[in-house]
Design a protein around this ligand. Structure first.
Ligand SMILES: Nc1nc2c(ncn2[C@@H]2O[C@H](COP(=O)(O)OP(=O)(O)OP(=O)(O)O)[C@@H](O)[C@H]2O)c(=O)[nH]1
Ligand SMILES: [Mg+2]
Length: 449
């Protein structure tokens, strides 16, 4: 797949949207596709060396604590009063100045932007260069504006690290409202079961397995699950008469990172290849646009054919205008997806109000052209035939102008939209981000330290 694939797909999506706008405006998926096209065009404009990663989740799960564990500078206040974070915070591993426009677009206030570049780090943080880590407000807030802000941001970032806690990890809002949808659109999704220090070590595998099952059942099989603790506490195994009990190794074993946090090293190990690939933005765009194109493809099917105008002209001659329009539009929409039936009927009826007088005029013209010498032998018959032909001709002109031509234009648009979509079908089977998909399916749920 060429590097221009996201741009080319986006062009196609944009072309399709432009074509069908004005015809299928009442289709909700069209508004969504337009939003995808707009944000994708924006994302491709910003420097691709940056990967935007959001820490998201319910209130009190430990997003800000995780942000501080990553940044090792307590920039985002973590707290006991809920909700604590009311606006997003961002930390940039790299040049803050270069990330400015991207952060403006994300809506992070300048007062809440920091950089994680210090001569003290030497090369320790080099592997995360390009990461923009965002601490978001909660998704289950009593503050509706938090949710609006988070929903907007989750559509814009490249990777989401979803922070759960042992109390609320099974929350339906989280699984149905967020995780399933994020998995389909983002180039990276990682779930962290945080506050694992609050669990008895013996309980951790059970809670972890339960959450894994919920994720798998929700179609998130490849999404990594990491056990974390955003405080430096690691639970001790309870004392036993037979001596110290060693925790069993397993996918949720409680190994410490060098800096004391559990699971942070694993999260880093998952994020590093995504960040270093410098393609997360483009991959997210490609996924988003591919999904939108797939949804849009339901709006076109087989080829369109313009029906013969004969029955329409006959109906108009009988003054059966509405039935004539309806039947003609239905014949034109045959075999096309339902939304086009409405669009075609609208096109066919757009000049309905002008039709009665146009038909009256047509009849007058036909009458005026009636041959005078009807008294000659066989003359009446010939005059009637000529009169019919004239009337037919005049009504044909009215039908063409007021009904057939607007329908033809709509069918031509449909055909152009179909052609744009058939180009897209050439890319079928090449959805965005194969490299990241591989990263996601790695089982790194034990700490990599
Ligand atoms: N024991 C323990 N406490 C934690 C952990 N992570 C966070 N906490 C505590 O949980 C409380 C909430 O943490 P925050 O980091 O503020 O949570 P948040 O997700 O940012 O909350 P909101 O900003 O309200 O959405 C704080 O008192 C933290 O010290 C953890 O891993 N273990
Ligand atoms: Mg917070």
């Amino acid at each position: 797949m060429s590097d221009s694939a996201p741009e080319a797909k986006l062009d196609n999506l944009q072309r399709f949207i432009d074509l069908v706008t004005g015809h299928l405006d009442d289709q909700p998926q069209l508004a969504q596709a337009r939003a995808v096209a707009d944000r994708s065009a924006d994302r491709l404009r910003f420097p691709q060396q940056f990967t935007t990663i959001a820490l998201a989740g319910t209130t009190g799960s430990g997003k800000s604590s995780m942000f501080n564990a990553f940044t090792t500078i307590d920039r985002s206040p973590a707290g006991i009063l809920r909700p604590t974070t009311s606006e997003p915070y961002a930390c940039v591993w790299g040049n803050l100045y270069l990330a400015d426009e991207l952060l403006d677009w994300l809506g992070v206030s300048p007062r809440r932007r920091f950089t994680r570049e210090s001569p003290l780090d030497a090369n320790d943080e080099l592997s995360l260069r390009g990461m923009i880590l965002l601490d978001l407000p909660d998704v289950d807030s009593v503050e509706p504006k938090h949710r609006v802000q988070v929903d907007r941001l989750l559509h814009l970032v490249d990777v989401v690290v979803w922070i759960c806690d042992p109390q609320k990890y099974a929350d339906q809002l989280v699984h149905e409202g967020y995780l399933r949808q994020l998995a389909a659109h983002r180039s990276g999704l990682i779930v962290a079961l945080n506050q694992t220090d609050k669990l008895l070590p013996a309980h951790l595998p059970k809670v972890g397995a339960d959450l894994r099952q919920l994720l798998d059942e929700g179609g998130l099989k490849g999404v990594p699950l990491v056990a974390t603790s955003a405080t430096k506490t690691v639970p001790e195994m309870p004392p036993s008469k037979r001596g110290p009990v060693k925790p069993k190794p397993g996918p949720f074993s409680m190994e410490k990172s060098p800096n004391g946090y559990v699971g942070v090293a694993t999260l880093r190990a998952l994020l590093e290849p995504i960040i270093q690939g410098q393609r997360a933005g483009a991959d997210t765009v490609e996924r988003d646009v591919t999904t939108a194109l797939t949804e849009m493809s339901a709006l076109v099917s087989g080829p369109a054919t313009q029906p013969p105008a004969g029955p329409l002209i006959e109906a108009l001659a009988r003054n059966d205008i509405d039935a004539g329009i309806r039947n003609y539009a239905a014949a034109a929409a045959k075999g096309l997806p339902t939304p086009w039936a409405d669009a075609i009927l609208r096109a066919a009826s757009a000049r309905r109000e002008e039709l009665s007088s146009a038909l009256d005029k047509a009849k007058d013209v036909a009458r005026a052209g009636r041959p005078r010498r009807a008294w000659l032998p066989g003359g009446r018959k010939r005059a009637d035939a000529r009169q019919d032909a004239l009337l037919h001709h005049e009504i044909d002109k009215v039908a063409l102008r007021y009904i057939v031509e607007p329908v033809r234009r709509t069918l031509a648009t449909y055909e152009r939209a179909r052609a744009a979509m058939s180009l897209t079908a050439l890319w079928a089977g090449a959805p965005g981000g194969p490299r990241l998909a591989q990263t996601q399916s790695q089982d790194l749920s034990t700490d990599g330290t």
